[in-house]
Design a protein around this ligand. Structure first.
Ligand SMILES: [Ca+2]
Ligand SMILES: [Ca+2]
Ligand SMILES: [Ca+2]
Ligand SMILES: [Ca+2]
Length: 458
C-alpha cells in the first residue's frame, strides 16, 4: 500500500495547493501608502505577473512595481521596481505576456524635456523575470500629454503599445496612437494614428493573436459616445478603417477592454448607460477574427442597482471568456465590490454572476483579469484598508469550468465518464460532474467533458 499512500499524499498536496490558490491573497509586499491600478497578464503555463503603481515607494510620487507568481499563486522571486526613472509620477501601468513568460510593461510618466507633459514609457522582461535593458521611451510625438497606455503581445514576444495623445494630429484633438515592436524590442515602422474623423479618440485598449495580428478599441468622444475598433495585420498595416463596436450610444465616459483568442476571435467590454452615468451597466460584444460581429451587444451584469463600472475581459484559446467589474450597489456609500461572469464560446453565460472579493470592508475597485491556456483565470484589484495602509493589491484565482477528473486520479478517462453518465441519468444528485456549474447535468457538461477527455484533461 506504500506507493498508493505516496500517490494519495501527492494528490492531497495538489488539492491543498489548489484550495490555497482559490483564496484571496495579497499581491504587494511593500504596503505603506496606496498601491493602485493593478494590471495582470498570464503565460501559456499559468504563471502570471501583476503590476501596479505604488505611492512614494520609489522616492518620487508613484512608481511602477510588479510581482510574478507561479500557477499555484506562490510568488516567483520578490517584488520588483519596473521604472528606472523614479522622480515624478509614474502610473497607470499595463502589462502583456507571451506564451513563454516574456513580458512588457507600459505606463505614463513625466515628459522628458522642458514643458513636455506626460509621455509613454515601457520596459521588457525575460521569462526569468529579469529586465531586458532599461525603460524606454515609446511615443515619438512628445508634444503635450500622452496618456492611458495599453500593451498586447503575440505568442513570441512581439508587441504593440497604444495610447491617447492630446493635440495630435492637430491642436485641440485627442487621437489614439500606436507603435509596433518586434521580439528584440525594435520598432516596426513608425508611430501611427488609429482613429480618423473629427471626433476625439480616448481610452484605448489592444489585443493580439498568436501571429501578431491585432485589434485596437477605444471610446469615441462626442455628445453621445460609442466604442470603436480597428483591425491590423502583423506588419502594422491596417486591415480596414475603423468600425463601430457598440450598437447603443451612451453618455458616460468609459475605458473599454478587449481580449483575443490565439486565432483572432475577440470580445470587447465597456460600461455605459444611454442616459445616466450613475446607472452604468457592463456591455459586451463578440466578434470573429474578420471583424464580423457575433450578435448584438449584450448586458453582462445581473445586479443592475447602482453603477457597474471598470470592466475587464480575458478570453482563452477556446473562446471562453470571463468579464470582471466593480459594482457600487448602494449609491450613497463609496464602497464597491468586485463581480465576475463567465461565458462559453457562444456567448452563453456559464453559471451565475458571482462576487470575487471575500474581504468586503470599505472599497474594492479597478479589477483586471488574465487567463492562460488552461481553465484558470486570475483577477487582481485594489482594496482599501486591507493591507493596513490605504489601498493594496489583492488577487484571487478562479476556474472557467470544473475539472473532468471527477474521481481525482489525475486522469480524465472512462471512469469519469461513468460518473457523468450516472449523474445525468439520476437527475438532481450530487452533481460532481456539473462542469458548467448551472446545477444541472446536460449536453453542455458532456461537451466540456469530451473536450477535456480528448485534450488529456487540460
Ligand atoms: Ca497599501
Ligand atoms: Ca516615481
Ligand atoms: Ca508628452
Ligand atoms: Ca467593499
Amino acid at each position: 500500500m506504500a506507493p498508493n499512500r505516496n500517490n494519495l499524499a501527492a494528490v492531497v498536496i495538489t488539492l491543498i495547493g489548489a484550495i490555497i490558490c482559490r483564496a484571496e491573497f495579497q499581491v504587494n509586499t511593500h504596503t505603506t501608502n496606496k498601491q493602485e491600478n493593478p494590471a495582470i497578464a498570464m503565460d501559456g503555463a499559468g504563471n502570471f505577473v501583476v503590476v501596479w503603481n505604488s505611492y512614494l515607494q520609489d522616492g518620487g510620487s508613484n512608481g511602477i512595481f510588479g510581482q510574478r507568481f507561479e500557477p499555484d499563486c506562490s510568488p516567483l522571486g520578490e517584488e520588483i521596481q519596473i521604472n528606472t526613472t523614479s522622480s515624478g509620477n509614474q502610473k497607470e501601468p499595463s502589462v502583456a505576456m507571451d506564451m513563454d513568460s516574456n513580458f512588457v510593461i507600459v505606463w505614463q510618466g513625466p515628459g522628458l524635456v522642458g514643458e513636455d507633459k506626460e509621455d509613454i514609457f515601457a520596459r521588457r522582461f525575460d521569462s526569468n523575470g529579469l529586465p531586458v535593458g532599461s525603460e524606454f521611451h515609446v511615443n515619438t510625438n512628445t508634444n503635450d500629454k500622452q496618456l492611458c497606455p495599453r500593451a498586447a503581445m503575440n505568442n513570441g514576444d512581439s508587441f504593440v503599445i497604444v495610447w491617447e495623445s492630446v493635440n495630435v494630429p492637430e491642436e485641440g484633438k485627442k487621437a489614439i496612437c500606436g507603435q509596433l515592436y518586434d521580439s528584440n524590442g525594435l520598432r516596426i515602422g513608425t508611430e501611427f494614428v488609429v482613429n480618423d474623423g473629427p471626433s476625439d479618440g480616448r481610452y484605448p485598449d489592444a489585443a493580439m493573436d498568436a501571429e501578431g495580428n491585432f485589434a485596437v478599441v477605444w471610446m469615441e468622444d462626442k455628445s453621445s459616445n460609442s466604442i470603436m475598433g480597428r483591425l491590423y495585420n502583423a506588419d502594422g498595416s491596417a486591415k480596414a478603417g475603423p468600425f463601430e463596436v457598440s450598437t447603443i450610444r451612451f453618455s458616460s465616459v468609459t475605458q473599454p477592454s478587449i481580449s483575443m483568442s490565439r486565432e483572432g476571435a475577440f470580445v470587447v467590454v465597456w460600461d455605459g448607460d444611454p442616459k445616466l452615468a450613475g446607472l452604468d451597466d457592463i456591455h459586451a460584444r463578440m466578434f470573429d477574427p474578420n471583424e464580423t460581429a457575433i450578435g448584438e451587444q449584450f448586458i453582462v451584469n445581473t445586479t443592475i442597482e447602482g453603477p457597474q463600472q471598470n470592466p475587464q475581459v480575458a478570453m482563452n484559446n477556446r473562446r471562453q471568456f470571463i468579464v470582471v467589474w466593480d459594482s457600487k450597489i448602494d449609491p450613497d456609500i463609496n464602497e464597491r465590490e468586485i463581480f465576475a461572469q463567465r461565458y462559453d464560446n457562444t456567448g452563453e453565460a456559464i453559471g451565475d454572476e458571482f462576487q470575487v472579493n471575500t474581504y468586503i470592508e470599505a472599497d474594492q475597485k479597478r479589477p483586471s483579469v488574465a487567463m492562460g491556456e488552461g481553465r484558470n483565470f486570475v483577477t487582481a484589484w485594489q482594496s482599501y484598508g486591507h493591507d493596513g495602509s490605504g489601498y493594496g493589491v489583492f488577487a484571487r484565482m478562479g476556474q472557467m469550468v470544473g475539472s473532468a477528473d471527477f474521481n481525482g486520479d489525475g486522469l480524465v478517462n472512462f471512469s469519469d465518464y461513468c460518473i457523468l453518465a450516472d449523474e445525468w441519468f439520476k437527475i438532481g444528485e450530487p452533481l460532481a460532474a456539473d462542469l458548467i456549474e448551472d446545477n444541472k447535468i446536460n449536453e453542455r457538461d458532456l461537451a466540456e467533458f469530451c473536450y477535456q477527455w480528448l485534450s488529456a484533461g487540460r
